[in-house]
Ligand binder design. Structure first.
Ligand code: C2E
Ligand code: MG
Ligand code: MG
Ligand code: MG
Length: 288
């Protein structure tokens, strides 16, 4: 909400007399403060990655999704929803996105040297701004080469917002990275503007059922129908499917009935700092 207010202020701020509105001024000030702090946070290395486990049935661990956190000196742990939109808007998402990808790939390279974790895949969220950069493909291959990460263990998460832009450009970049072994997952699927023809053209590997459809899976027949449709669509297109936001055993059971066999959500684990994530992986395997 706060971010939306910031955007509204920015958008309406062009060529208007909003400076005389004290709430707008407060919002603009808050935004400027946050932006300044965000820039400083990059230098102060206040960001870190949390890892959320992804599992298949029978407790098989598939891998993790890397989720950024900002360790703010006064505000505590700031969730990405509170600063990613601003980072995107200010262009700071480019250095920040590089940091996320480099950190994730360095972790993949470390896991590769440990038989216990060598098979894990790591999913990394990308902003549309990053993908639209002309040197995006070189950026990713450069980071892979520098860190020594196996591209086959890296999964890049895109959202349907990308479909609004140059689709040929997107397809070309995806093909180039897929040729190196990188795979792609479509995040928050069902909440955006997917067109079936784009879905068919894009070299995707996975659809991610958005948590908004998982939440009321047992009480809302529409959500069940949507989940069933996403599974069928993935099947038709030859893609795998994973559900996010799985919080209860009943949701997992229903998803399995619908043909979805991979899950991510609080039921299996919250996003965790590295050491805790690794402990969770050991524990899940030990009890499987
Ligand atoms: P997302 O990629 O869809 O990530 C899933 C979000 O759902 C995460 O929120 C996760 O903590 C939360 N979640 C996972 N399981 C459950 C559950 O069972 N119940 C509920 N209620 N929530 C669950 P988080 O970490 O706050 O991230 C929010 C969004 O911020 C992400 O959504 C992603 O779009 C964005 N984000 C996170 N890290 C990055 C990053 O490194 N780069 C970019 N560009 N965006 C990021
Ligand atoms: Mg994601
Ligand atoms: Mg998502
Ligand atoms: Mg999301």
């Amino acid at each position: 909400q706060a971010d939306l207010a910031m955007y509204a202020a920015k958008e309406s701020g062009r060529n208007t007399l909003q400076f005389f509105d004290p709430t707008m001024q407060a919002t603009a000030l808050k935004r400027a403060t946050l932006e300044a702090e965000l820039i400083r946070a990059v230098d102060l290395a206040q960001f870190c990655l949390y890892y959320q486990i992804q599992v298949a049935d029978e407790g098989r661990v598939i891998g993790a999704e890397a989720l950024i956190r900002w360790q703010h000196s006064e505000r505590g742990l700031v969730p990405p929803g509170d600063f990613i939109p601003l980072a995107e808007d200010s262009g700071l998402i480019l250095p920040l996105g590089d940091w996320v990808l480099s950190t994730a790939c360095a972790q993949l390279a470390r896991w590769a040297r440990n038989p216990r974790f060598a098979e894990l895949t790591l999913a990394v969220n990308l902003s549309i701004k990053q993908v639209r950069e002309p040197d995006f493909v070189n950026k990713v291959t450069g980071i892979l080469a520098r860190t020594g990460a196996n591209p086959r263990r890296l999964k890049l998460e895109l959202t349907e917002s990308l479909f609004a832009g140059d689709i040929e450009d997107l397809i070309g970049k995806m093909h180039a990275l897929k040729a190196c072994g990188v795979s792609f997952s479509l995040d928050d699927f069902g909440t955006g503007y997917s067109s079936l023809s784009y879905l068919r053209q894009l070299p995707l590997d996975q659809l991610k059922i958005d948590q908004s459809f998982v939440r009321d899976l047992l009480i809302d027949p529409n959500d069940t129908a949507i989940a069933r449709t996403v599974v069928a669509l993935a099947d038709t297109l030859g893609l795998s499917v994973i559900a996010e936001g799985v919080e209860t055993r009943a949701q997992q059971d229903r998803l399995r009935q619908l043909g979805c066999f991979a899950y991510q959500g609080y039921l299996f684990g919250r996003p965790l700092p590295l050491a805790e994530f690794e402990a969770l992986v050991r524990q899940v395997r030990a009890t499987a």
